[in-house]
Design a protein around this ligand. Structure first.
Ligand code: PSU
Length: 309
């Protein structure tokens, strides 16, 4: 009988082999696929992101829950089954146990993906944007579990900052409180997802994947137990300036409040409204920045595995 304290992960053979040989592996989340982008761009992006990671010499490990089983590395059939499951839920770390018990399928958020990546021994994870402190959190207390996970789990997360659907200054304050290093790549500015700048500075700047890899390794050696956030600005040609996108975001936030959308429904609702209002331009930027983050994450993972040898 399996010991009750052992977590059963279905680790794809390619991922398991790479991990045991010390080759670079990059974890990927799946909420972006199940709740963050429309079909078929979600599936196309998931495949393109995996291809980008392979092109950089690393192995992609997309994480999701399929009929109650935690998967680390998805086959093409797994990916199709995930997006076609009408009962697929969005699972942050705290939702995993119930999804496993009820044999549900779930897209994993940054929080649950970090948790599972850490259990699988994966140190680097690429996503689009992280969740954060929502606007009006002083009333609603809506703070993404992504932030508490970053304060509790030793995985480096490469993102393009966060959307201004969130309160970015409060999110950065929260990350400071949670002892999470926030490092911008090649810039002093903390990026705001669609826009390359949020008007706020990141705490630190590093300019090469090798430096990022060294800093992440050093952070893990310190044993703080916390994550490490790499903020990689959207590529210049795909950025949407704040002046253009902020009005759209403000309208979406107002509509969510009017409709009484709350809790875990807020982020998917806002993403959908913004995609529609910009007629696909925001989606194009979203895809570009995820690919860009995947490439950087793979370079970091490769540098970390080289340094381990
Ligand atoms: N931000 C985006 N796109 C996304 C998400 C956030 O721009 O797809 C997803 C991520 O999976 C993130 C989750 O972890 O939403 C955060 O949800 P919440 O705010 O409910 O914690």
């Amino acid at each position: 009988m399996r010991a009750t304290n052992q977590l059963a992960l279905d680790i794809a053979p390619e991922v398991a082999e790479a991990l045991s040989a010390g080759r670079p592996v990059v974890a990927l989340e799946s909420t972006i696929v199940t709740h963050g982008m429309p079909y078929p761009q979600n599936v196309e992006t998931a495949r393109a992101v995996e291809a980008r990671i392979r092109a950089e010499g690393a192995v992609p490990a997309t994480i999701a829950v399929l009929k109650g089983r935690i998967k680390v590395g998805l086959t093409d059939e797994d990916l199709e089954a995930l997006v076609k499951d009408p009962d697929c839920v969005k699972a942050s770390g705290r939702d995993l146990a119930v999804a496993m018990t009820r044999l549900q399928s779930a897209g994993t958020t940054v929080s649950s993906t970090m948790l599972i990546a850490a259990r699988a021994g994966i140190r680097v994870f690429a996503t689009g944007g992280i969740g954060g402190v929502h606007r009006g959190a002083e009333e609603t207390f809506d703070i993404s579990a992504d932030l508490t996970e970053l304060g509790a789990t030793e995985v480096a997360v490469v993102c393009a900052g966060m959307k201004s659907i969130l309160d970015i200054p409060k999110t950065l304050e929260y990350l400071e409180t949670m002892r999470v290093p926030v490092v911008a790549y090649g810039t002093n500015a903390f990026p705001a997802f669609f826009a390359r700048e949020s008007g706020l500075a990141a705490d630190h700047r590093l300019d090469t994947p090798q430096e990022l890899a060294a800093a992440i390794s050093a952070h893990m050696t310190l044993g703080t137990g916390t994550g490490f956030l790499v903020a990689n600005p959207v590529p210049e040609g795909d950025a949407i300036p704040s002046e253009e996108i902020d009005g759209v975001i403000a309208d979406a936030v107002a509509e969510a409040a009017k409709k009484g959308i709350s809790r875990k429904e807020v982020t998917p609702f806002l993403l959908d409204r913004i995609n529609r209002a910009t007629e696909g331009r925001s989606l194009k930027a979203n895809i570009a920045l995820v690919l860009n983050n995947a490439g950087l994450a793979a370079q970091i993972a490769a540098a970390m595995s080289k340094a381990d040898r």
